[in-house]
Design a protein around this ligand. Structure first.
Ligand code: TYM
Length: 332
């Protein structure tokens, strides 16, 4: 089976619909066809300032949500990044073959550091994509299911794998991004030209999986739509209604064409009202299951420890090869 690795940051109280439709939904599906490794990337979550107790809680809530969304510890390896020390160890080696200019061109870093100011941006924020490359390369991943916003980081990962292999001898599989076009960029409900984002969206623009369902329904009903009244899919000229159609299709399993036909002659309000119900029905069971996992944190931690053991067994083999190729003495 081809190998998969992907990760998600525990930087909010809840994942949002963009995370789910752009990434997590595909993680769940790939358990059937791939050898899958999924991690909650807590090392990445300390790059922009955080509170330790909040991080600890969010890490557990993240794992619980992933399980609630359909990850099955018997069919995938689910773990927390900091519990597998090889991630940090490989990141150092990779940072030494990454150009300073090359890292400076990462648009996510440029955006975030421009917002925070250079003096308030950490070096960790700068080297973030290198740690992400380490996450992926340690597992010899063939495919990395992510949303569109991760494409450039994946390109860097591929460059680093190739560079290392050429310079020191083959140690890494060169991974391919796995980006499902239809749902790769879910947009902000209040600003449908921008992506739905934990850090950038206003509360009204983002649907959080763990939010009060009534509030989520209201956000869908007050989503910004476009001028005109026709329900058609046209991401360029009608980004608002197109985003709602994308979400509706993905959550209901109906096709966009099918929805367009079904809403022929009806108004935006009708579609929003129905989609609001679909969203409520979708989040309700996820919330129930998340709560159930969080009711027993000791059991959850145990599950994650088993995941870290399984992940570590793979990661340590890659790290050993890498260290040997670079010229480090074998461990005593
Ligand atoms: P993060 O935590 O920001 O997001 C997790 C996943 O959700 C996707 N995503 C979206 N997809 C569609 N529409 C949206 N509006 C949307 N917003 C977010 C992201 O593309 C991502 O797949 N750097 C990564 C975490 C990471 C990682 C890795 C990913 C660390 N190591 C190794 C893959 C492999 C990040 O910040 O994702």
């Amino acid at each position: 089976r081809p190998r998969v690795l992907s990760g998600i940051q525990p930087t909010a109280d809840s994942f949002h619909l963009g995370n789910y439709l752009g990434a997590v939904r595909n993680w769940v599906a790939m358990q059937e066809t791939h050898d899958t490794f999924y991690c909650v990337v807590d090392l990445h979550a300390i790059t922009a300032g955080h509170d330790p107790e909040v991080l600890r809680q969010r890490t557990r809530v993240s794992a619980a949500q992933l399980l609630a969304a359909g990850l099955d510890p018997d069919r995938c390896t689910l773990f927390v990044q900091s519990q597998v020390p090889e991630h940090s160890q490989l990141a150092w080696v990779l940072s030494c073959i990454t150009g300073f200019g090359e890292a400076s061109r990462m648009t996510q870093f440029k955006d975030k550091s421009a917002k925070q100011g250079a003096d308030r941006s950490s070096v960790g924020l700068f080297t973030y994509p290198i740690l992400q490359a380490a996450d992926i390369l340690l597992y010899q991943a063939d495919a990395v299911p992510v949303g569109e916003d991760q494409r450039q980081h994946l390109e860097l990962t591929r460059d680093l794998a190739h560079r290392f292999n050429t310079r020191f001898g083959k140690a890494f599989t060169v991974p391919a991004p796995y980006i499902v076009k239809e749902t790769a960029k879910i947009t902000d409900l209040q600003d449908p030209t921008a992506k739905m984002s934990k850090s950038a969206s206003s509360p009204a623009g983002i649907i959080e999986l763990l939010d009060d369902p009534a509030r989520s329904a209201k956000k869908i009903r007050s989503a910004v739509t476009d001028t005109g009244r026709e329900i058609v899919f046209d991401a360029e000229h009608k980004p608002g209604i197109s985003n709602l159609l994308t979400i509706y299709a993905a959550l209901s399993g109906r096709t966009i064409d099918d929805l367009v036909v079904a809403y022929d002659g009806k108004g935006y309000g009708d579609l929003k009202k129905d989609l609001a119900e679909v969203v409520v029905e979708f989040v309700r069971p996820i919330q129930e299951r998340t709560r159930a996992y969080l009711d027993d944190p000791a059991q959850l931690d145990k599950m994650l420890a088993i995941g870290a053991d399984k992940a570590g067994a793979v990661a340590s083999v890659t790290l050993r090869t890498t260290y040997e190729r670079v010229g480090f003495l074998a461990p005593a």
